[in-house]
Design a protein around this ligand. Structure first.
Ligand SMILES: Cc1cc2nc3c(=O)[nH]c(=O)nc-3n(C[C@H](O)[C@H](O)[C@H](O)COP(=O)(O)OP(=O)(O)OC[C@H]3O[C@@H](n4cnc5c(N)ncnc54)[C@H](O)[C@@H]3O)c2cc1C
Length: 407
């Protein structure tokens, strides 16, 4: 009888279960007797089964193949690229899982990715729309000048200091952190409603760490990122993955937990770690959203900017993305996407942004302790490491993983 309590663990171990359901398969399932263990009788078809064709999986596949390993990549989606997947529609490259701006200060990563694609000079300068009033993002002197009709950093600082004077201790939550950084006016118009929509929680219930990612500047510099290198791949992201996976066995629409798998020795798993362990310590929380893509015929320029954030709580979507501004093309039409935050349900939703608060990090630590014991499975990437990784960090982590395991 095969244990169904934790298919994931058993799939790569050739285990047999002698117990009824509901037990701990790690402790009570026994390895199949030698004569029944197919992978020991014949050589497995692949040295590595890589679960996920996003950055982590595709880089590992590429680098391991270069080192002579036999690799098979599977992905449950019908395309490569993970969340960085872009699709060309009417001559415009759409970021199908939300806007992806490449930015890094890591020269090794920048050099590495430039082997595969040329970047344009796109710089993220988003606009906030609060009930029809527009403001510059990230918070900078343009934002403060418009809000308070002032011109100097000294004036802006004085207003913020006055509005945040009541936060005397280390901020305990996002609301306090935000008010400390930018005062109550900015918080009320540009942060509160947006955050509430995005996270489905009152900002006072969210960790302060989330807002620490937002740059606040007392200069007239509205470049969202501080990194040395920034841009969008000319022609979209998907071509990077096509090159990485060239000549490698790829099986799309193939779910690690549901579908037939080729025989293999090792696994590199880049899906959600809690799912791998059948949620035995509970579900890890993610923030997620859905997208509605809309073609605008005979509209060459819909909103004049790639990203507009709608910061009031009443507008149901958080952002409108106009894709042609990422990778400019002179066309008489455009494509826009609305982003709608939706509650996360582990079995149904796309896990997008890890919620790294104390509760979730504690659960993750338990999964990580199990993962560290796995002799034949490695975990990497945003979902398997439950880390708020941007692309450059996943690339650095995948390259480091390969360096450490296959120097
Ligand atoms: C909305 C959004 C916006 C973002 N914007 C930026 C940005 O502007 N700049 C930036 O640097 N980063 C951004 N990121 C982060 C970036 O997407 C990630 O850093 C990167 O995609 C992570 O790569 P990965 O390989 O770890 O995971 P993923 O890209 O998530 O790939 C994991 C793959 O595993 C597959 N998979 C999962 N479970 C299974 C299974 N059971 N069987 C088979 N396949 C499975 C999934 O289908 C997926 O394709 C953004 C992320 C999101 C969600």
């Amino acid at each position: 009888m095969t244990c169904r309590a934790n298919k994931a663990i058993l799939r790569h171990k050739n285990y047999i279960c002698h117990e009824s359901e509901g037990h701990d398969p790690l402790n009570s399932c026994l390895p199949l007797p030698k004569c029944h263990n197919k992978s020991q009788m014949t050589q497995p078809s692949f040295d590595y089964l890589i679960v996920g064709a996003g950055f982590f999986g595709s880089i590992c596949a590429h680098e391991l193949t270069k080192r002579g390993k036999r690799v098979c990549v599977i992905d449950s989606r019908n395309h490569i690229g993970g969340n960085c997947y872009t699709e060309e529609r009417n001559g415009i490259h759409l970021h199908m899982y939300g806007p992806h701006i490449f930015h890094t200060s890591n020269p090794e990563v920048w050099q590495w990715i430039n082997q595969f694609v040329a970047f344009n000079q796109f710089t993220l300068r988003p606009v906030a729309n609060y009930k029809g009033e527009v403001f510059s993002l990230p918070f900078n002197m343009w934002t403060f000048a418009k809000l308070w009709n002032i011109t100097t950093p000294q004036e802006a600082k004085a207003i913020i200091d006055a509005q945040s004077a009541h936060i005397t201790q280390e901020p305990q939550n996002l609301e306090e952190q935000a008010i400390k950084l930018v005062g109550t006016d900015v918080y009320r118009k540009l942060i509160k409603g947006y955050t509430q929509k995005q996270w489905g929680k009152d900002p006072a219930e969210l960790p302060a760490s989330i807002i620490k990612r937002l740059p606040v500047r007392f200069t007239y510099d509205n470049n969202y990122f501080n990194d040395t290198y920034q841009g969008i791949p000319i022609g979209g992201y998907t071509q990077i993955f096509t090159q990485l996976l060239k000549g490698i066995e790829l099986r799309l629409n193939t779910d690690y937990f549901k579908d037939e798998l080729p025989t293999h020795d090792q696994v590199i798993y880049t899906g959600p770690i809690d799912k791998f362990y059948d949620y035995r310590f509970g579900e890890l929380e993610y923030k997620t959203q859905t997208f509605t893509h809309e073609f605008k015929a005979q509209v060459p320029n819909y909103q004049g900017v790639a990203m507009m954030n709608f910061t009031d709580v009443e507008t149901p979507y958080t952002r409108i993305i106009e894709h042609k501004h990422f990778d400019p093309v002179d066309l008489p039409h455009t494509w826009i996407s609305y982003e709608y935050p939706v509650p996360y349900k582990a079995s149904e939703s796309e896990p997008f942004y890890p919620v790294n608060d104390t509760t979730n990090n504690t659960i993750y630590a338990k999964y990580k302790a199990l993962a560290d014991q796995e002799p034949k499975v490695s975990f990497g990437g945003r979902l398997a490491e439950y880390k708020y990784y941007d692309m450059h960090q996943v690339i650095a982590s995948a390259l480091a993983f390969i360096r450490n395991h296959h120097p």
